[in-house]
Design a protein around this ligand. Structure first.
Ligand SMILES: Nc1nc2c(c(=O)[nH]1)N[C@@H](CN(C=O)c1ccc(C(=O)N[C@@H](CCC(=O)O)C(=O)O)cc1)CN2
Length: 294
């Protein structure tokens, strides 16, 4: 069997095309959505991601607000920029690119963000809303996984999903999204403490691999016909991405989200969705307030 590709580039392009129309409608009402980013330090991967986010913004008509600090920045330096972005009227939503340099209290930085401007869905308030099933910005990579499966007609309802990884940006929140009534999956969360990972993987209709361990998932770990999404990022000695999924898995699975080209582009597209939705909410709120006072 050679798996079909869960094509993140094409799916993200379709989402961006829809957003272009929604941004034009907002602009016609005098509202220009703006994405802010804060990049701390000089990690080339993080810089690449941030530049990509601003390229995407330019494509769909979202304004860009870029803030940078050196790797030597203190907690106070970072918090000052966060406060500035909270108060900046041109910034509809923003992200703090992760990871932050060692020694910085990341949770404190995220908690200081205005939850109404959380474009990443990583503020405690946004994660709390997800737990409570309330409307709010969704974490970008997890929601990218859901949208990629939906776009390709992979059945989520009733599926057994095995997630490998428990990091805050991906692994922790994927089960929260997939077990909502609208998705209705059954989720097993595995991590470095899991005994007999291969046993769990072999039960899965859908595998989401977000461990950051090169080629952790081997062909013999996968049930024939499963969908396997590779979200792990490691780099080889030449800086090339090596995912969590061994290439031989494509001979066993029915669907594979490659890495690169799978969930990564969806992460970026979901970020834009969050910014546009925040601008639409703000615009509807302003229109409602005007109607009441008028
Ligand atoms: N504040 C955040 N920080 C980080 C997040 C996040 O969602 N919010 N996730 C990752 C990095 N990330 C976004 O920031 C991200 C990762 C991958 C891609 C992507 O498009 N990848 C490409 C390939 C990239 C390459 O060749 O290097 C792909 O998969 O095709 C976009 C964004 C950690 N930090």
């Amino acid at each position: 069997m050679t798996a079909q590709i869960l094509d993140g580039k094409a799916t993200a392009a379709a989402i961006k095309s829809d957003l272009t129309v929604r941004v034009a409608a907002l602009r016609a009402q005098g509202v220009t959505p703006g994405l802010g980013t804060l990049l701390v330090g000089d990690d080339p991967g993080s810089r690449w991601y941030v530049n990509g986010k601003h390229r995407d913004c330019a494509q769909v008509g979202i304004a860009s607000i870029q803030r940078e600090l050196p790797a030597t920045a203190t907690q106070e330096d970072i918090e000052e920029v966060v406060r500035e972005l909270n108060d900046n009227p041109e910034c509809t939503g923003y992200i703090v690119q992760l990871p932050l340099p060692k020694g910085i209290d990341t949770n404190r930085v995220l908690e200081l963000m205005d939850p109404a401007k959380d474009a990443d869905g990583l503020h405690p308030m946004s994660l709390g809303k997800l737990v409570l099933n309330e409307t709010g910005p969704l974490p970008c990579t997890p929601q990218g996984v859901v949208q990629l499966l939906r776009a390709h007609g992979v059945e989520i309802n009733g599926a057994h999903v095995v997630v490998v990884g428990r990091g805050v940006t991906i692994g922790r929140s994927i089960p929260l999204l997939l077990t909502r009534k609208s998705e209705n999956a059954t989720v097993t969360q595995c991590h470095t403490g899991t005994r007999d990972l291969s046993f769990h993987l072999r039960q899965a209709d859908i595998v989401v691999a977000a461990a950051g361990v090169p080629h952790l998932i081997k062909p013999e770990d996968v049930k024939p016909g499963a969908a396997v999404l590779d979200v792990g990022v490691s780099r080889d000695e030449n800086g090339k991405i090596v995912g969590d999924v061994h290439p031989g898995v494509a001979d066993v699975a029915a669907w594979v989200a490659p890495n690169p080209g799978g969930v990564g582009p969806m992460t970026r597209a979901q970020l834009l969705v969050n910014v546009v939705e925040a601008a639409e909410r703000a615009s509807a709120g302003a229109a409602g307030a005007a109607a009441v006072s008028g």
